[in-house]
Design a protein around this ligand. Structure first.
Ligand code: HPA
Length: 247
């Protein structure tokens, strides 16, 4: 069974034949939403809305530890995380879809590990390749089969939010080597690794990052919503196909 974390613009999967909604709790508290168990065709799926059912929880206040633990407790074959991003790299345009391959973490003050006292113990994890290679490849293969454009690789910069960045901050992220910027990729990816759950992401470019392209003077939040509404149709198709080939 695959797990899907839906971000902005994806609070439910329409093709999901909903079997059960389950309110769960974890030693770290409640996840953002009830878990939705469902079926697409014959295959099972568990879905979690990262920002809550009504899209109310800001990125820095999401209980990432509860979310990942709740999904890990379902013993999924992997977690596919869907997240909107701003495009930094010059060739990226709103509506583009990417499977990132690297992360730079600029977040702060989040509960970012299970390995701390008193409930945890000291343990380091290897995080050289933050995303699961096998799950990334499966996403890319499914997109190719569908004829969907899905970019292979991007360096994801995780910022604190909830505000968007300044133009100078985006310049700095670009100098650091970042291609896209979002607010929720960390600590989510690291927590999944700590619990040994394969994790990969689909990034939807919702806007040009601050100071870039159409966002040279300002970022239009209304346009972000419109872009996400359209792009999520492709993301849904991608996930449905992926689930259909989850063995
Ligand atoms: N910056 C950070 N997070 C985002 C952006 C952005 O420009 N767009 C969508 N999520």
């Amino acid at each position: 069974m695959l797990a899907v974390i839906g971000g902005s613009g994806l609070s439910e999967l329409t093709s999901l034949h909903r079997v059960q909604r389950r309110q769960v709790t974890t030693p770290y508290g409640e996840p953002s939403s009830a878990l939705t168990f469902g079926r697409i065709g014959e295959r099972e799926l568990v879905f979690l809305a990262r920002h809550g059912d009504g899209h109310t929880i800001p990125p820095h206040q999401i209980n990432y530890r509860a979310n990942i633990r709740a999904l890990a407790d379902c013993a999924p074959s992997g977690i596919v995380a869907v997240a909107a991003v701003g495009g930094i790299r010059a060739d990226l345009a709103p509506g583009d879809l990417l499977v990132p391959h690297q992360i730079i973490d600029y977040t702060w003050g989040r509960q970012a590990t299970y390995h701390q006292l008193p409930e945890g113990t000291l343990r380091h994890i290897d995080f050289t390749e933050p995303y699961d290679a096998g799950l990334r490849l499966r996403l890319l293969a499914v997109a190719a089969r569908l004829g969907l454009m899905l970019g292979d690789g991007a360096v994801y910069a995780a910022t604190q939010g909830p505000r968007l960045e300044t133009a100078a901050e985006i310049d700095r992220l670009q100098r650091d080597g970042a291609d896209v910027v979002g607010m929720t990729g960390m600590p989510e990816a690291a927590l999944a690794r700590e619990l040994d759950v394969p994790y990969a992401a689909i990034n939807i470019v919702a806007n040009h990052a601050a100071g870039r392209g159409a966002s040279r003077r300002a970022i239009s939040l209304a346009e972000i919503d419109a872009v996400l509404a359209t792009a999520m149709q492709s993301v849904r198709r991608l996930i449905e196909q992926l689930i259909g080939h989850d063995d």
